[in-house]
Design a protein around this ligand. Structure first.
Ligand SMILES: *[C@@H]1O[C@H](CO)[C@@H](O)[C@H](O)[C@H]1NC(C)=O
Ligand SMILES: *[C@@H]1O[C@H](CO)[C@@H](O)[C@H](O)[C@H]1NC(C)=O
Ligand SMILES: *[C@@H]1O[C@H](CO)[C@@H](O)[C@H](O)[C@H]1NC(C)=O
Length: 407
């Protein structure tokens, strides 16, 4: 869907030129009525608890808000009581798709707005309901800005469920037989108002060691699953110093997030397990798997000889580093270490990632952002929309080449 009407586009860009981003210390230039609507929409979204798997209520409310504001709204069923929300103007296939997610991590924290500090907080206030609210107001504003009206009709909005828990919603959208057409996707996640040029990949996995229980006074009568686990983790501690890295993303990291084993101090442990998240700066999940299996194969062989075992469960999320387009002037650029829905949407579209708020507070008990960050995001999304709509669409297959890596 390339934009055809170039004279209208020139007009739209003219209006953009007049509102080039102010330095970050300056106040935003969002008009008072848009600001008021933005804050009210954001508050409502945060007020409705929507921890992953409980997105029904916020989705119903959002769908009716979008309908009331002139959008055509469709719901895509992802699972029982779980729906993605798709909204658009007069046509379903559009040049640009704006997308974010409506689920949050637990636990719920209520909304607050501190007028003294101008800080807005609560669960989801940053991740990602700030993006959701700013994207909607950005598009609604285009409708009012007469000359950019054609663009308003050439944009669709997608708000998915389950981003915080494996990306089920976006994966379902990606696989949808009724998925609409688009050339450019702008994803909303907290990026401190910068344009993200890529993020690390991930390999999540579990380790399961099994042994044989015995009285701790006679350990030779059993096989300790905890011993097997401890040896395995020691090898991984060493291995993680030597994992692939890249200039762009830095070092691959490996977090031992949860370790659990045995039942009591005086019992030889029968089972032991660990949950591990590896953030890939280079390489692929397959390469990392190979390194891990090779490094631990002797431990596994010994465990099996003793009547125990060591097994890896690779069924968690896995993808290589994700390169994202960031060829737009006037934005600061960065790379990030967290995962997003970007790799869950397959296709050769251009992709951008931008959103208000800071990821460092996103999953915390002090999740919050400044009102001005939220307002700036509306203006920035409009700039992104206008600038991105000028870009050539991706050539067929061009996305594949971006998965190069250095070891
Ligand atoms: C707003 O923040 C200030 C500064 O942290 C604090 O002193 C004040 O109590 C807060 N107001 C409310 C209503 O929470
Ligand atoms: C990457 O790891 C190396 C060696 O472990 C270390 O010296 C370097 O500071 C790390 N780089 C970053 C960006 O963390
Ligand atoms: C496999 O592991 C051994 C040590 O256990 C190591 O010497 C060797 O370099 C590893 N091979 C690969 C391909 O990683």
């Amino acid at each position: 869907m390339l934009l055809q009407n170039l004279s209208l586009l020139a007009l739209a860009l003219g209006s953009y030129a007049a509102s080039v981003r102010p330095a970050s210390s300056e106040v935003t230039t969002l008009d008072a009525s848009t600001s008021k609507e933005l804050l009210a929409l954001h508050k409502k979204l945060v007020d409705i608890e929507s921890i992953s798997e409980n997105e029904l209520e916020v989705g119903i409310w959002l769908a009716s808000y979008l309908k009331d504001n002139g959008f055509t709204v469709e719901r895509q069923e992802v699972a029982k009581d779980r729906y993605n929300i798709l909204a658009y103007g007069s046509k379903r296939d559009t040049t640009i798709l704006l997308s974010s997610h409506i689920d949050t991590v637990p636990p719920y924290w209520p909304y607050y707005y501190n007028k003294t500090t101008d800080v807005i907080g609560g669960r989801g206030s940053v991740d990602a309901k700030a993006s959701v609210a700013a994207q909607i107001l950005a598009v609604m504003g285009l409708k009012e800005e007469g000359e950019a009206k054609f663009l308003r009709d050439d944009i669709s909005l997608l708000f998915v469920v389950g981003e915080e828990a494996g990306g089920e919603g976006m994966k379902a959208f990606s696989a949808w037989d009724k998925r609409p057409q688009y050339d450019i996707v702008i994803f909303g996640e907290p990026t401190e108002g910068k344009l993200v040029c890529g993020h690390k990949g991930i390999l999540g996995f579990e380790i399961h060691a099994t042994g044989k229980a015995a009285h701790s006074g006679y350990p030779w009568l059993g096989v300790s699953a905890n011993d097997i686990m401890a040896e395995t983790l020691a090898v991984l501690l060493e291995l993680r110093q030597h994992l692939p890295w890249s200039e762009k993303y830095g070092n691959t990291t490996m977090n031992f997030g949860r370790i659990q084993g045995g039942v009591a101090a005086n019992v030889v442990a029968e089972t032991s397990s660990a949950k591990i998240a590896t953030r890939l700066a280079a390489g692929t999940p397959k390469i990392i798997q190979g390194l891990i299996l090779n490094a631990t194969k002797e431990i596994k062989a010994r465990a099996q000889k003793d009547g125990g075992d060591l097994e890896f469960d690779w069924s968690g999320n896995g993808y290589p580093p994700v390169d994202i387009d960031c060829d737009i002037e006037g934005f600061e650029k960065l790379t990030v270490n967290y995962g997003t829905d970007v790799p869950n949407l397959e296709g050769d579209h251009r992709r951008y990632l931008y959103g208000p708020g800071n990821i460092f507070v996103a999953h915390s008990d002090h999740e919050a952002l400044k009102r001005t960050e939220l307002e700036q995001a509306v203006l920035d999304y409009r700039r992104l929309i206008l600038q991105a709509s000028k870009m050539e669409p991706k050539q067929q297959g061009a996305g594949k080449g971006s998965e190069q890596f250095e070891l």
